[in-house]
Design a binder for this molecule. Structure first.
Ligand code: UD1
Length: 422
């Protein structure tokens, strides 16, 4: 397995291009199952999770072509659609469950293995199931597979989500596009990726309103048609690279970055004494004077502080002046980066869903282990300012969600290299 080696202490300078959002693309790709006509996505990121979703869609009968170096994904599902999503593919990535709603809407049945993915909590499927049952599906669990059927098709209904789950909102919204009648979903997730999916579905002929608010209305239509859609910028990659100059020093412009994607996070940086400037090219970050200040952070669904930036923020707070309290409210068991950061000299105490970080003047490089996607990148960020060499092992999680991290950080002056595994 590959490792990443970082020799810390180099200030950064230059531009980093922000890719299309992994989490948006992973919801947009299954939308291709809803139509017999092709769906083309532009600005797709080149990531192993996208390759996994490609394999899954192909196993369901879709033709998928990666064009322009993988930046464009063209998907066509005009033939027979297979309704079984096999364990061998689904276990690699939780977002595989996003084929459930589209398969059910298109074929009236779906058999989808219970998903795998990052080990950051229990992450059950009950909210997805409740939503699809409200539309008239019958769902049973057998041998580790969800068996969903709707022999007479789905019917529009009121769906009240007990929690604003991102995946459940996406699954039920996609399923409702082809249901008979109107679906009103309340307490829906408001993430930019939901808005991006709704925008794409509208381009395909769906009638959706209210996305980005807590209530989405979908008027079912008989069929959806083909479309071309650009994937929204990756706000998590954006936030990650915004932290790089704050931790390492120097200044970086994140090309294509927008404040509306990342408001709560930018507010926390402001509170920490770091200015974020929005320009026509993107978001500009600079650390000119001393260490950032400690801040308290609580993760929450959008527009709150994203759980997917908690690990990276912790890496920054390890260097801050003062004591910060981080509360993780979305996933249990999402502090696996804390002991690794501690090995580099950070002072962190974890109790349940709360981590208390006492900022220190500097960290020391060490061999560390990447435990999940965002944890991996938090260790790389910490390595940028640590004294000596940091070796981040088991970086396969990183490649699921970050495109060419060593090129992007190396391009702005970081001393970073990938060492191929044996
Ligand atoms: C998505 C993102 C992930 C991000 C998360 C929260 C994708 C591909 N992944 O994941 O990167 O960290 O949103 O912003 O977009 N839950 C249930 N029952 C369910 C569904 C969820 O209890 O049926 C719980 C989960 O265990 C978790 C919380 O709800 O504690 C949030 O999950 P959800 O919003 O569904 O996240 P994902 O869509 O899996």
């Amino acid at each position: 397995m590959d490792s990443i080696i970082i020799r810390g202490g180099r200030p950064l300078s230059g531009d980093i291009e922000i890719a299309g959002a992994k989490n948006a693309a992973l919801a947009l790709m299954p939308a291709a199952l809803l139509s017999e006509e092709p769906l083309t996505l532009t600005n797709t990121p080149r990531l192993s999770d996208i390759a996994t979703m490609t394999t899954l869609l192909q196993s369901l009968g879709a033709e998928v072509s990666a064009l322009q170096d993988g930046r464009v994904q063209a998907m066509a599902c005009h033939g027979e659609v297979n309704h079984v999503a096999e364990y061998d593919i689904v276990r690699k990535m939780r977002a595989s469950n996003l084929v459930l709603g589209p398969l059910l809407a298109r074929t009236g049945r779906a058999v989808v293995s219970l998903p795998g993915g990052c080990a950051i909590g229990a992450r059950p499927m009950d909210i997805h199931i409740q939503g699809l049952e409200a539309l008239g599906a019958e769902v049973a669990l057998e041998d580790g597979y969800l068996h969903a059927t709707a022999p007479r098709g789905l019917t529009g209904a009121r769906v009240e989500f007990p929690f604003a789950s991102v995946g459940a909102t996406e699954n039920v919204m996609m399923a409702a596009t082809l249901a008979r009648g109107t679906t009103v979903m309340t307490n829906t997730a408001r993430e930019p990726e939901i808005v991006d999916l709704a925008t794409c579905l509208r381009r395909m002929g769906a009638r959706i309103s209210g996305d980005g608010t807590g209530e989405i209305t979908v008027e079912g239509v008989d069929r959806l048609h083909g479309a071309t859609h650009p994937v929204v910028a990756d706000r998590i990659e954006l936030g990650t690279y915004m932290l790089a100059p704050v931790i390492a020093g120097g200044e970086v412009t994140c090309l294509g970055g927008r404040l509306d994607l990342i408001g709560a996070f930018a507010e926390k940086l402001d509170e920490a004494g770091v200015q974020v400037q929005e320009t026509a090219r993107g978001l500009h970050l600079a650390r000119r004077n001393g260490r950032p200040r400690a801040v308290d952070v609580t993760t929450a669904p959008f527009p709150g502080f994203p759980t997917d930036l908690q690990a990276q923020m912790m890496a920054m707070l390890c260097f801050a002046e003062g004591t910060s309290v981080l509360e993780e409210r979305i996933f249990e068991n999402r502090f696996m980066h804390a002991p690794e950061l501690t090995r580099m000299g950070a002072e962190i105490e974890v109790q349940g869903g709360t981590a208390t970080v006492q900022g220190v003047a500097g960290l020391k490089g060490a061999p560390v282990m990447a435990t999940d996607l965002r944890a991996s990148v938090s260790l790389i960020l910490a390595g940028l300012a640590a004294e000596g060499e940091t070796q981040v092992n088991r970086v396969y999680h990183l490649d699921r969600g970050y495109e060419a991290v060593e090129d992007k950080l190396g391009g702005v002056g970081a001393d970073i290299e990938r060492v191929p595994g044996r």
